[in-house]
Design a binder for this molecule. Sequence first.
Ligand code: NI
Length: 179
Amino acid sequence: MTVREILKMGDPRLLRIAPKVMAFDTDELHLLITDMLDTMAAANGAGLAAPQIDVDLQVVIFGTNTVNPRYPDAPVVPRTVLINPLITALDAKVENGWEGCLSVPGMRGVVPRHARIRYTGFDQYGDAIDRTVDGFHARVVQHECDHLMGKLYPIRMTDFTKFGFTEVLFSNLNILDDD
Ligand code: NI
């Protein structure tokens, strides 16, 4: 088990465009996934992208199969390893929702995202993934895949009155937040 350091906003390594994974089911890839799962779990994250631990590849993980203490009201998203992802918006509908990011610790912001998407890609064994999702699941996928294009959620924001420190924004709620 290895919990890796998570790069924080301002680090230029988070701004890179990640290249595709070319080889599946390798020891190197499985080790990366294990470290990412351990790192996400240790931080109670809803997702993690490889560039956040300074691995410049198109690999994201998300979902926990259980309620996430950082997002106690969010629906459960199945634990997923998604490699070389491609996202297609299914219609023009956009929804606003709160997001946080392990690379932007202690803060939350409201981000507009496509409400319904189809995403495709591969798992770590090279098996194809093809899902149509909406709501929080769609939001998490868009957030994580943005990391592969060097985009952190603040760059997607349009209303900066809804951006701030979690402990201030949600001071009336008992949110467990470790970051
Ligand atoms: Ni993030």
